[in-house]
Write a protein that binds this ligand. Structure first.
Ligand code: ATP
Ligand code: FE
Length: 356
């Protein structure tokens, strides 16, 4: 079957058409993403009201473009999947209202999707990955280890107790006067940097388990910057590069070491050959991908990292997660609500969604 996906939970307006020829396979027929970086740049971060208005303006165009690129009409879809949370509520509402309008007009079934489930299932868009697998979901607002037992069944093993790494990348970029989004900017600068010059912390590495912390790291970057300013009046290009390299290495060390622990826990519970997958915007980082691949090799685990464009927000992942819900008969109706918070763990009743 064929699904239209809609995503608007943060600062990307996206629509996609995904065809599911059979179980365990997927074809992306179209995936359109309108970023909003230019709109938020003057404010140094995403402004929710501006994001919501931009989503409302762009959603219709985005959907029309995705359908046109896919060569299909709305009437040829089998369902409409939309991110119903978690995220900035104004944006999520814009998407849900757009999807409801399309569903009402076409008579197509409506499927509400958890944005995090979208990220966690992304590997299946390009790889034939069997359940269960261990997922490191590492994005702008989240960082957690999940055992993905099935399309709607997740166990959380641990995660950040404060900031997400994406947020830390963005804040570090802001501290160093680099553009937003911070991840790609910091990664670019880090290439010319010496990671060993500044001693930055690796929070919580001394504690057992796979919880993580990243807020102290950005504070350490801030202190190092202020120290340089006090000493020499400003930062050279090399200072910036070294701080970026040091920051990225610290994030990478924490993620790889905690992945070792998560894999060890996972392998105690799952006797099958282990598989590790990564998703979310920070998974676009080459150093982090390489670090995780090394850990997988140590554990003789299969490693999957989606193409960069599918790591950051997109609607193909929402269409795919929606297809899985649709196949399971979990449909929504016009009462589908937009949720600012929606944890992704089977121990949480919220995960059941409004699906009937
Ligand atoms: P969430 O999915 O948690 O709601 P989000 O949707 O805003 O948050 P994503 O779109 O998945 O997050 O990821 C965006 C984040 O990824 C940003 O914080 C951005 O800086 C970061 N990011 C993007 N590319 C890179 C990169 N190459 N290296 C590190 N971080 C990156
Ligand atoms: Fe996201």
């Amino acid at each position: 079957f064929t699904i239209l996906g809609i995503e608007s939970s943060c600062d990307d307006t996206a629509a996609a058409v995904v065809h599911i020829p059979g179980k365990g396979s997927a074809q992306i027929l179209a995936s359109v993403v309108y970023g909003q970086d230019g709109l938020h740049a003057p404010f140094g971060g995403v402004v929710p009201e501006i994001a919501a208005r931009a989503h409302a303006e762009k959603l219709d165009i985005c959907v029309a473009e995705a359908l046109a690129q896919s060569g299909k009409t709305l009437g040829q879809m089998d369902a409409i999947a939309v991110t119903a949370g978690p995220g900035l509520i104004g944006g999520v509402l814009s998407g849900v209202m757009c999807a409801k309008g399309l569903a009402a007009g076409s008579g197509l079934p409506l499927v509400g999707v958890n944005h995090l489930a979208g990220h966690a299932l992304t590997p299946s868009l390009t790889d034939q990955l069997d359940y269960p697998y261990l997922m490191l979901l590492v994005s702008g607002g989240h960082c957690q280890f999940l055992i993905v037992h099935g399309a709607e069944e997740f166990t959380r093993l641990g995660g950040t107790i404060d900031d997400a790494p994406g947020e830390a990348f963005d804040k570090t970029a802001r501290i160093l006067g680099l553009g937003q989004p911070g991840g790609p900017a910091v990664e670019r600068e880090a290439q010319a940097g010496d990671a060993a010059r500044f001693a930055l912390p690796r929070p919580l590495l001394d504690r057992p388990g796979c919880d993580m912390s990243f807020s102290g790291l950005k504070t350490a970057v801030l202190r190092a910057r202020d120290h340089l300013i006090a000493e020499q009046g400003g930062l050279t290009r090399q200072d910036r590069a070294d701080l970026c390299a040091g920051f990225q290495a610290a994030v990478c060390d924490v993620l790889t070491e905690k992945t070792r622990r998560a894999l060890a826990i996972y392998m105690e519970e799952q006797p099958t050959k282990p598989a590790l997958a990564v998703a979310g915007g920070v998974a676009a980082n080459q150093a982090i991908r390489a670090g995780l691949e090394t850990v997988s090799t140590e554990f003789e685990a299969r490693f999957t990292a989606p193409p960069l464009a599918l790591c950051t927000d997109n609607a193909a992942m929402i269409a795919y997660a929606g297809a899985e819900r649709f196949a399971a008969g979990h449909l929504d109706d016009m009462t589908l609500a937009a949720r600012p918070r929606w944890p992704l763990d089977r121990s949480s009743p919220a995960m059941l969604g409004s699906g009937k």
